[in-house]
Design a binder for this molecule. Structure first.
Ligand SMILES: C[S@@+](CC[C@H](N)C(=O)[O-])C[C@H]1O[C@@H](n2cnc3c(N)ncnc32)[C@H](O)[C@@H]1O
Length: 302
């Protein structure tokens, strides 16, 4: 039976344990796990540690168990069940990709494109937890967002997030559909063909040979969310570009995340599809190539 323990002592021990297991940031994760156990914010945990709070035995035991799992490199977000993303908190766990900070930047590009439009129609292809689609639905007044996901497990997480965020959404703002992005413009999304203002996507794009080093990714993110198909990882991204070309209205824009070494290859695959007026690569916050931004040509003057 675990005894009561001072919170500051427990946090220091947890951080040392996580650091030794290669977890970064070790102290930050220790505080987030303690916050989860105590039902508090990390700010409250930091303050409680300074003021000498003592953990009840049951809480100390629960924290130890979570630190054990985190040291075994189970993702922090699977342990807390939550992933913060822009202004929302998503429910996540086994079976769905944990949304990443770089995707927040890609989402920002899409939000800005929507800013000048009245009631924009947006499609999020490969929605996973619904991170991008739900952020846009929450942040862009009047937006109608359609989200597509192929994997039934991920689709179930997206459904759960649509439901838990419903109080922050206007009625009928988010339309979640199941299906393959390949041919979606002529299939499950055919009703939207030629009408969409912004298509946004964070598809799987890792090449088949490039196994991620972090156990959190390699062992816990679903393979279908990681590997884009083929030696270049670009089979699904190419399908996104083709579907976007069919979905976007004249002048509509595709924003698609990709790997930092794929900028030129992704621009080339976009240019292989007719009808784009501009194809550029946008960087992430570290200055690395991160997203394709491609605008459909306006209709040719008669
Ligand atoms: C990298 S994850 C991104 C999830 C989410 N958009 C995000 O940014 O956190 C890619 C998602 O695409 C889905 N996916 C993979 N292949 C697909 C396909 N052919 N059609 C639709 N979705 C697909 C995966 O199941 C996964 O949920």
């Amino acid at each position: 039976m675990t005894a009561t323990r001072r919170l500051d002592v427990a946090l220091r021990a947890a951080a040392e344990r996580l650091d030794a297991a290669g977890v970064t940031p070790a102290r930050g994760d220790a505080e987030r796990l303690a916050a989860h156990v105590l039902g508090a914010s990390t700010g409250e945990v930091a303050a409680a540690a300074i003021t000498g709070r003592v953990l009840a035995a049951a809480d100390a035991e629960r924290l130890d168990a979570l630190v054990d799992q985190r040291a075994a490199r189970v993702p922090l977000q699977h342990l807390t069940g939550r992933a913060p993303f822009r202004t929302i908190d998503l429910d996540v766990g086994p079976g769905v990709f944990v949304p990443r900070p770089e995707t927040e930047v890609v989402t920002e590009l899409a939000v800005r494109l929507c800013a000048g439009l009245a009631d924009p129609l947006v499609v999020d292809l490969c929605t996973g937890s619904g991170a991008i689609a739900l952020s846009i639905a929450v942040e862009v007044p009047g937006a109608r967002v359609v989200a597509l996901e192929l994997d039934p497990a991920a689709h179930a997480w997206a459904r759960r997030n649509v439901e838990q965020l419903a109080p922050r959404l206007a009625p009928r703002t988010l339309d979640l559909r199941a299906g393959d992005v390949a041919g979606a413009d002529g299939g499950v999304l055919a009703d939207l063909a030629g009408a969409v203002d912004v298509v946004v996507a964070n598809p799987p794009y890792i090449p088949s040979w490039a196994v991620p080093l972090d156990p959190e990714v390699a062992e816990h993110d679903p393979r279908i969310a990681l590997y884009g198909g083929g030696d270049d990882g670009l089979t699904v991204p190419a399908a996104v570009v083709r579907a976007a070309a069919g979905l976007l209205r004249p002048g509509g824009v595709l924003v698609m995340e990709h790997g930092d070494l794929q900028g030129a290859a992704v621009r080339a695959l976009a240019r292989a599809v007719d009808g784009w007026a501009g194809v550029v690569t946008e960087p992430d916050l570290t200055g690395r190539d991160r997203a394709l931004v491609a605008r459909r040509a306006e209709r040719a003057p008669r």
